[in-house]
Design a protein around this ligand. Structure first.
Ligand SMILES: C[S@@+](CC[C@H](N)C(=O)[O-])C[C@H]1O[C@@H](n2cnc3c(N)ncnc32)[C@H](O)[C@@H]1O
Length: 192
């Protein structure tokens, strides 16, 4: 078990292996998100802050940006910020993303509704750095319409971008990588 999964379990985050749906996504994220150094991560869906604190404990130097429609948690560290607004609101998403300018990883763990997922992806994909990832969690949720999301996400990526995409965790997670490299890193391959 990775230290990130241990942190998730301690903080009662369902990305770990113990609480609520216990998705186990942290076994993957531990390879994607470095433990040290500068990194910009945006997560849509904060709730009580479990995942934001998990990221902050994992790497104190990285900047963690959260978005939630409900003001349920307040940041407790200078490198963590939370913006309150809806992921269906293009202008709100854009102004939040403009604060960071670009992200290494964006995770959508918000409403899990198809239209919100798509609005967020269309707005935020341009803010993903080359070599970075856009990840949509919990595509098994009833309103997510997984097949449409995957197809429509692919259709909305500009022809000028180089990218690759995979579904992991038995189709629950869509991972889109902005890259010029054709191959997937080994740690991602081990989840295929
Ligand atoms: C699954 S919880 C997030 C859990 C958190 N990422 C974690 O791992 O600890 C989903 C969150 O999405 C938020 N949410 C629902 N609809 C939203 C919307 N339209 N825009 C932004 N956030 C939304 C909810 O308020 C809720 O806090």
């Amino acid at each position: 078990m990775t230290r990130l999964t241990e942190l998730a379990n301690e903080l009662m985050c369902d990305k770990g292996t113990q609480h609520f749906e216990a998705h186990g996504y942290t076994e993957f994220y531990a390879h994607l998100v470095p433990e040290h150094g500068a990194f910009d991560l945006l997560e849509i869906g904060v709730k009580y802050g479990s995942s934001l604190w998990m990221w902050n404990h994992w790497n104190k130097e990285m900047k963690v940006y959260g978005i939630d429609i409900e003001p349920l948690c307040c940041p407790l560290h200078p490198n963590v910020s939370v913006s309150v607004g809806s992921q269906s609101d293009y202008a709100f998403l854009k102004s939040t993303a403009d604060q960071a300018k670009a992200f290494d990883v964006i995770i959508d763990d918000g409403s899990h509704r198809y239209s919100d997922i798509m609005t967020s992806f269309i707005t935020l994909w341009p803010y993903v750095r080359y070599g970075g990832y856009y990840i949509i969690e919990d595509l098994h949720a009833p309103h997510a319409r997984a097949k449409h999301v995957t197809q429509d996400v692919h259709n909305r990526i500009s022809h000028n971008d180089h990218w690759a995409s995979r579904t992991l965790f038995k189709g629950k997670m869509l991972v889109v990588r902005k890259t010029r490299l054709a191959h997937w890193p080994l740690y991602v391959k081990s989840f295929f």
